[in-house]
Design a binder for this molecule. Structure first.
Ligand code: ZN
Ligand code: ZN
Length: 271
């Protein structure tokens, strides 16, 4: 059992470079048995001042039709689920609730790509960690709010900006924020919200999981059990990348299961 629970395809995720069928074939080629497509839905962070803002997601009918066709194509080979990666749903909770409850979605990753009234961390300049320290703190405070908002199943890629900081030759250790992480994970555990281990940093300058292993260990040591692994692939060749490595890491940290999701309910599968 190898489950990649975070991936993107065209045209539903504008930053992807691959069709749905080719993405799923890429996952199959890497030995995945389960995948969940998690298209970007940035409906809750719409602000005309944002740089590079994705349009609000509205292509439900096309998405469902293409996904149903893919399920037929990959029947017996891949367990396919339909999910979403919703950007900061707690910024606009009513819309976040509407998206989360949309029939047909089995799984929702809640991800923060930008602070309120600020561009995506992708567009930042990172001359040093000190230059962005306050924004990193605000970012983690927003994850705490998101964990308590009941608008997602797992928190996506905690420490997202580390990927872009590494490209610019800087970074920080997420355990600088152990107190904030403890508050986030306590809320997650109390509210039945999981976290993901995102493997995209392994194939980038960062060369590490997001969040970093020490944070995953903290979550486990606090009693956290709900966890998914995702490649965050936007290209066929990235689908399934790092999932085996993520499972090996999780096992070494004391996790015995990862979760699949059906109708927002976790199913525990032994790793
Ligand atoms: Zn993301
Ligand atoms: Zn993503």
């Amino acid at each position: 059992m190898l489950a990649d629970y975070h991936m993107h395809c065209l045209p539903y995720s504008p930053d992807a470079q691959v069709s749905m069928a080719d993405l799923f074939q890429g996952a199959l080629d890497k030995g995945m048995t389960h995948v969940c497509l998690t298209s970007h839905m940035e409906n809750c962070v719409q602000d005309p001042n944002f740089e590079g803002q994705f349009p609000p997601f509205r292509e439900w009918d096309a998405l469902f039709a293409e996904f149903e066709a893919a399920k037929r194509t990959f029947a017996g080979k891949l367990d396919l689920r339909l999910g979403a990666e919703i950007g900061a749903p707690h910024y606009l909770p009513e819309e976040g609730r509407r998206l989360y409850a949309h029939p047909g979605l089995d799984f929702v990753i809640g991800s923060i790509h930008n602070l309120r009234n600020a561009p995506d961390f992708y567009f930042y300049e990172y001359p040093s960690f000190e230059a962005v320290r306050r924004d990193v703190e605000t970012y983690l405070d927003e994850y705490l709010a998101l964990a308590g908002a009941g608008l997602c199943d797992v928190l996506g890629h905690i420490g997202y900006m580390q990927r872009y900081m590494a490209r610019q030759g800087t970074g920080f250790d997420i355990m600088l924020y152990e107190d904030r992480l403890r508050a986030i994970f306590r809320t997650c555990i109390d509210r039945g919200v999981g976290i993901e281990v995102n493997t995209s940093g392994l194939r980038d300058a960062l060369g590490d999981f997001i969040p970093q292993p020490a944070a995953l260990k903290l979550y486990r040591d606090m009693g956290g059990e709900l966890i998914t692994a995702g490649s965050d692939a936007h290209r066929a060749q990235d689908a399934g990348q790092g999932i085996r490595e993520a499972y090996a890491l999780l096992k070494s940290l004391g996790f015995r299961y990862v979760c699949l999701y059906k109708d927002h309910k976790p199913e525990f599968v032994r790793i």
